[in-house]
Design a protein around this ligand. Structure first.
Ligand code: GLA
Length: 391
């Protein structure tokens, strides 16, 4: 993060031959528990991590929008009158989508000035750590500030989701953007995805002598591809068959009826969501009552449910979880949308390296490419890092 800031200023200056007027940061996220519950109006418990995208931005006098990033070559150019046409724009669909989506939430795009924007990130792409939400939240916070919109965090999160759904074309829920915008240091955010109400839950990891390791399997995933949308469609079909607005409205006690009414596959999809919601609430109770040492079994049960019922894990993710557990982790699970990406492991502070080595060995033995293992900390959500005085 400390190096990202000067890098982004230099990159902006080198690209646009001017100084940026604002620097913002948007963190990636890890979901501690509560997977594929967000679009079912359920609960999730993510936290923002110490990996971020930095947005360097300067307003222009005209209506042009110019975008650059250090992970793609060249400058993408458009203007505020052409939004949200992002076809063929690749990564630029995310920032362009956010600018357009802010218009859907009250910004009067017909009269606002254009901007130059440079993005630099140390959130690995395709790792299931929400590099996309990191971009969306950094850009949303920057535009909210320079355009003087005064939108609250929940609205900025909804704008990020709208950008992803309608411009990028990924049918994702509100989890990632909420974590990136509402995260708090050393805490997870309990998210009620129906009301969008949040509660900050103290993690107390360091005090308990624990840390969270991310194991990036380097099997890239993309939510605009089919698997994610197919799971979402199954959930919606299940809710309809069960006559409820969303799977959030089913409880564990309703599963007997669900098993009688649904086909076998839909039932297992539904069972994952219903039990996962329950596990999120239990994890919160455990964290409040007994601290982070008590949540390992819930993390493991969540992984098993995603592997067996929701069928979104991969051999690499299962290997990461099994190897971490065999090396002494208290709990482990895949995190994010699945079909690749990362797993997390809750480990003793002193044994993080040992667990990392064991996972590397297990991958080698299985013939998988080496994973990246990184410890993460829970940090505050997106923020303005620096802005020039408004004249
Ligand atoms: C992705 C999506 C989120 C959420 C998770 C699964 O990260 O972007 O909205 O559905 O998958 O929990």
């Amino acid at each position: 993060m400390t190096t990202l800031l000067p890098m982004s200023t230099d990159f902006f200056e080198g690209t646009f031959r001017a100084r940026p007027g604002i620097l913002t940061r948007g963190p990636g996220r890890v979901n501690l528990i509560g997977e594929h519950t967000d679009y079912n109006d359920g609960f999730a418990l993510p936290f923002a991590i110490d990996r971020s995208t930095v947005a360097a931005l300067r307003l222009r006098e005209d209506r042009k929008v110019r975008l650059a990033t250090d992970f793609a070559v060249g400058i993408v150019e458009t203007d505020l009158d052409s939004l949200p046409n992002a076809s063929g724009l690749g990564w630029a669909a995310y920032p362009i989508g956010v600018a357009w989506a802010l218009g859907q939430f009250g910004a009067d795009l017909a009269i606002l000035p254009g901007f130059d924007l440079a993005l630099i990130s140390d959130v690995p792409v395709g790792a299931g750590l929400s590099s996309s939400a990191a971009i969306e939240s950094a850009v949303a916070v920057a535009l909210d500030h320079v355009w003087g919109l005064g939108l609250d965090r929940r609205t900025l999160a909804r704008a990020g989701q709208r950008a992803e759904n309608d411009v990028v074309g990924a049918p994702t829920g509100i989890l990632d953007q909420s974590a990136s915008l509402l995260g708090r240091a050393d805490s997870a955010v309990l998210l009620d995805c129906r009301s969008l109400e949040t509660d900050v839950i103290d993690l107390g990891l360091e005090a308990a002598g624990l840390s969270v390791l991310v194991i990036d399997t380097r099997v890239s995933h993309a939510h605009a591809d089919g698997g994610y949308g197919a799971r979402r469609a199954s959930c919606e079909a299940g809710a309809q068959r069960m006559d409820v607005r969303a799977l959030r409205d089913l409880k564990v006690a309703d599963l007997d009826l669900a098993s009688a009414r649904l086909d076998e596959v839909t039932f297992r999809r539904v069972r994952h969501v219903v039990t996962e919601n329950q596990r999120v609430l239990e994890t919160v109770d455990h964290l409040r009552g007994h601290g982070p040492r008590s949540i390992g079994d819930l993390l493991l049960a969540s992984h098993a449910s995603m592997r067996d019922d929701f069928e979104i894990s991969t051999p690499e993710l299962d290997t990461a979880v099994d190897a971490a557990m065999a090396a002494g982790a208290l709990g482990a699970r895949m995190t994010g949308g699945g079909f690749g990406g990362s797993a997390i492991a809750l480990v003793e502070l002193g044994s993080a390296e040992e667990v990392g080595d064991a996972v590397q060995r297990a991958f080698r033995n299985a013939g998988f490419p080496a994973p990246a293992v990184l410890p993460v900390r829970a940090v505050d959500g997106a923020s303005v890092v620096w802005a020039e005085e408004k004249s």
